[in-house]
Design a protein. Structure first.
Length: 319
């Protein structure tokens, strides 16, 4: 019921009236004091909420719960009608906007200085299958409170697939790293890359939000990109980052961890073009051991091929 906008107290009142039958407000109020029960004022407001949509009737001072199906179907129909009107209005006003301003029909610039997270919340709420994201990580400083973007965990919990590439600076920020790992615990796939240049959120293949901060930090704007060649390009940029990024390391391990001396030696032999047999002979181990160590290095650096392993190892200063 809270999903309909009703308070938790209103939901509790309705369930009480269904389970125990009609009650007066005084009988509802005559309950244990907080925190065991809600204050009397909250109960009055809750009854008003239920009465306004028809879930509770008042007669002779008694409150009676009403059957929910017809009432909630009416609420659903009313909200569906409002949603249709909103979409129709969006189309009409968007066309009016384009007729009177210069700009592309597939790009909308939104000033989000006042509510920087509102447009991002739309992505998490409207996603049906997946969200892809680039995150530059924490910026600024001071006493700013870091938190998971609103709507992210809810979307993860309802089964939306998330792939996120974070800028590697989160590895030096314990709180940011903790939040990223919390998302991973909810099912997010996360990778890191040294220099992520911008914040991007892609909602399925339907639209993307690109967020930038003014150089003087005085304002915040977002660009909404609708289906177009530009949206395809934004998605392509994400996929390029994803292919070369390193998996977010689990707790206790960092993506920039130093390779062991044996690992560095193995990498140097690989970069020199030695075969597994030659490397095994040089290291005094079996070819199977060499293959296992290479696979472990690939896992650590998120490399699918030996060529990628060499690129990633060089980028981390291991060669």
């Amino acid at each position: 019921m809270q999903a309909l906008g009703l308070s938790a107290t209103a939901e509790a009142v309705y369930l009480t009236l269904v389970e125990r039958g009609p009650r007066t407000l005084a009988e509802l109020t005559d309950r244990p004091a907080p925190p065991a029960g809600p204050p009397a004022d909250d109960l009055t407001d809750a009854v008003d909420e239920l009465s306004d949509i028809g879930l509770v009737s008042r007669r002779n001072g008694r409150l009676t719960a009403q059957p929910p199906r017809a009432v909630l179907e009416a609420v659903a129909e009313r909200r569906a009608r409002q949603a249709r009107i909103a979409y129709e209005s969006a189309t009409t006003l968007s066309q009016f906007w384009l007729d009177h301003t210069a700009g592309s029909s597939y790009v909308e610039v939104v000033d989000t200085s006042g509510r920087p997270k509102a447009v991002q919340l739309r992505v998490h709420n409207e996603a049906v299958e997946q969200v892809r994201a680039l995150s530059i990580g924490p910026v600024g400083g001071g006493d700013r409170v870091l938190e998971v973007g609103p709507g992210t965990l809810d979307a993860l919990d309802r089964g939306i697939a998330y792939r996120v590439v974070y800028s590697a600076n989160i590895l030096q920020d314990p709180k940011a790293l903790e939040l990223a790992r919390d998302c991973v615990a909810h099912g997010e796939q996360a990778r890191v890359f040294p220099d992520v240049a911008l914040n991007v959120l892609v909602c399925d293949d339907r639209f993307a939000v690109v967020s930038v901060t003014a150089p003087d930090r005085s304002g915040h704007h977002s660009i909404i990109v609708q289906p177009s060649g530009l949206l395809d390009g934004v998605i392509g940029v994400f996929e390029s980052y994803w292919r070369i990024a390193v998996p977010l390391p689990p707790a206790g391990e960092t993506a920039g961890s130093e390779a062991t001396p044996e690992g560095r030696q193995l990498l140097s032999y690989l970069s020199a073009g030695l075969t597994d047999e030659s490397i095994a002979r040089e290291l005094g181990v079996s070819e199977r051991t060499v293959a296992r160590r290479i696979a472990r290095l690939q896992e650590m650096l998120g490399a699918k091929t030996r060529f990628q392993l060499g690129v990633q190892a060089n980028r981390h200063g291991w060669l």
